[in-house]
Structure formats: C-alpha cells, structure tokens
Design a protein around this ligand. Structure first.
Ligand code: COI
Length: 356
C-alpha cells in the first residue's frame, strides 16, 4: 500500500494573518495547510500530501452529499511552557475513527500513519498554536465519500483530510457553568443506530432540538431513544453527575460516543479514589437527588468542551440549579489536572501526552 510512502509536502509561500487571542472563536479560522489522501478500490489509501488550505473540488454527485457517508474526529495540539507542541492521547482518536469507519462502511485507515501525518502537519503549522491560557490548536481529521454515484451503496472513493483551527473555549460561557435543557421530544440515536460512531448525521439530527430550546441554553441533554428515561450524552460531550459522593456517568450502550476525555476523567477519579460508577442513570434519579439535596455536581467532558460544569438543568419548564450554579470542586480539580497535563504544566503519570 502506498500508505507507507512519505508524505508529499507542497507548502504555500505566504501565510494568513493569525487571529488575536481575544478573537479566538471555536472553529472559525483555519491554518495555512491541510493534509489530504485519497482512497480508491484499486489503489487503497494513497497519495498522502500536505498542501495549502483551500476549497476542495468534489463532484456534485459525490456520495457524501446525498447519503452522508462521513466520519470525523476532534483532538487538540497544546503548547507547553517550554514552547513544545504536544498531543493528548491521539492514538485513541484514530482507533475511534476506525471504529466509526467500520460502522459507516468506510475503509479503515492506518492509525500509525495517521498519527505521523498529524504530527507532520502540526510541525509545519506550529506557529498557529495559540499561546494564551485555555487556547489550543483544534485538529479535525475527517473522511468523506467522494465517488460520483447516486446509488445507495458504500462509496468506492474517499478522501481523508486533516484541517487545523486555532481555538478558544467551545462554549461562550468559557469555563463558567452552562445551562443544559433535557430533551423530551427528539432523540439523537438509538442502540443499534450510529450513536457511538462519530458521523455527521448524528450531529445533523441534533440540530432541531437545539433550535427550539429556550434562550440561554448551551446544549441539550439527550435521553435514551426507547424509554426516554435514561441519560445518554450532550452531543458535544459526555456527562457526569456527583450524587452523594459518587460520580456517575452513563455506561456505554452502543448509542453513546466513547469520549477520550470521558475515559481520562474515569481514570483520574479512580486514581484519586473518588467512587465512580458507569451505569444507567435516569432523569428521575437526578430529580430525586436534587430534591433530597444529594446532587452535588454535574459536568460535561469532551475534547472541545474540556470539563464544562453544568450549573442548571431545564426540563419541561422545571429549573434544577446545581451547586448554586457554581463550578464544583471535582469539576475544578479535573479541569486543572487535565489541562495541566495537556499543556505540560504538571507531570503526566499516565503516558497520555505525545510530543511532536
Ligand atoms: C470534540 O469534542 O472534539 C467534538 O468533536 C465535539 C464537536 C462536535 C465540537
């Protein structure tokens, strides 16, 4: 397979202006270059290259536009106090990408090669990693099906692309607690669907609920699609509730995305001897805990969202304030520890960090 070949470099001669730290929105600006490679049935994955960032030329009949056969990932590059660039558990993102590929009938990628590609791209774009506290270079690897064909079948042609975006906080609230609405009408996915794959369709299906949610809601909280009872995830992050000293997060059930940050939170809590349970948790249980005063904290965890405290849950007109709308101690400790490791400010006892 040509994957073994080196990555062709075609750098651009002049660069774009970099955004100021106070103008960093999530995912609006992109760096000077991108990584690309192609797949055809005959050649497999081939022609890896780093080229100037520019619009793609894709046939209007490309299958991705019609049947949505696509997957993506989200990861970040961080700058350490010594000025080194580093990644956080990137191998897990490419493992998950192959898991998503399998669900969407997309040919798998060579995970080691993908990591090499991302490192080579970041090394070229290192000046784009923002320096201000809480900022990073967001990495978006994705695969689209490009065969020009309108029959419903797996495409025989694909493009694997990696683009980079200097980012600040994902939510406008920054690291302050956000307000989340529990979704009663729509569902994101069901077990057996595509929920545990990172594919665009899951996100398209989530937009309506977000659109009709009341003012001031950052995101919606999805319940299971069958009983409409059990908490699943928020869409941009996994969720955790601290009730009576125990942290509870919904167990992976085939419809919840297995977050890299989720897994890291679980490992940190275990290391700190904080009781952590992965199990079904219903909204009813959260209501009861709120009523009897044992709901201590709630927070979300994701690559883009990092650790986002949830200050208020809204369901059908009921408003549940959590921890007086303030950031809880566990959320704060997790945020400080995770970002400390990611930015190379504290020791990484887990071997999560990958230098570039
Ligand atoms: C991420 O956290 O990287 C994600 O992919 C969530 C996203 C939809 C912004």
């Amino acid at each position: 397979m040509e994957e073994e070949h080196s990555i062709r470099m075609d750098p651009c001669s002049s660069g774009k202006d970099k955004p100021q730290a106070d103008q960093l929105e999530f995912g609006r600006k992109f760096t000077d270059h991108m990584f690309l490679m192609d797949y055809t049935g005959e050649k497999g994955w081939h022609a890896p290259r780093i080229v100037p960032y520019e619009p793609l030329t894709v046939d209007p009949s490309a299958m991705v536009f019609h049947y949505g056969q696509s997957v993506f990932e989200g990861m970040k590059a961080y700058l350490t106090p010594d000025g080194d660039a580093q990644l956080f558990r990137p191998e897990r993102n490419f493992q998950r990408m192959n898991h998503s590929n399998n669900r969407l009938c997309i040919p798998s990628i060579d995970e080691t090669f993908a990591l090499k590609a991302v490192k080579q791209l970041i090394a070229l774009e290192k000046d784009w990693i923002p320096k201000a506290e809480g900022t990073s270079l967001y990495i978006r690897p994705f695969i689209i099906s490009t065969e020009p064909y309108l029959g419903v079948a797996p495409s025989r042609h694909y493009k694997f692309i990696i683009i980079l975006s200097p980012v600040g906080a994902y939510y406008k609230e920054g690291i302050n607690p956000i307000k989340i609405a529990v979704e009663n009408e729509y569902v994101r996915t069901v077990t057996g669907g595509t929920g545990e794959a990172k594919t665009g369709g899951n996100y398209a299906a989530s937009l309506k609920a977000q659109e009709v949610a009341e003012e001031g809601i950052a995101q919606v909280l999805w319940l299971d699609g069958v009983e409409r009872k059990y908490i699943e995830e928020v869409g941009s992050m996994n969720v955790f509730f601290k009730i009576n000293g125990t942290v509870i997060t919904p167990a992976l059930n085939g419809s919840i995305l297995e977050g890299v940050t989720r897994n890291s939170v679980i490992q940190l809590l275990k290391q700190w001897h904080v009781p952590i349970e992965e199990r079904k948790i219903s909204m009813e249980e959260v209501y009861q805990a709120h009523k009897n005063g044992s709901l201590e904290e709630a927070f979300g965890a994701g690559t883009a969202a990092v650790i986002s405290p949830i200050g208020e849950l809204v369901q059908a007109g009921d408003h549940l304030e959590i921890n007086d709308g303030k950031t809880g101690a566990i959320a704060k400790r997790l945020y400080d520890t995770l970002t400390g490791i990611q930015y190379g400010k504290i020791q990484d006892p887990f071997g999560w960090v990958e230098k570039i």
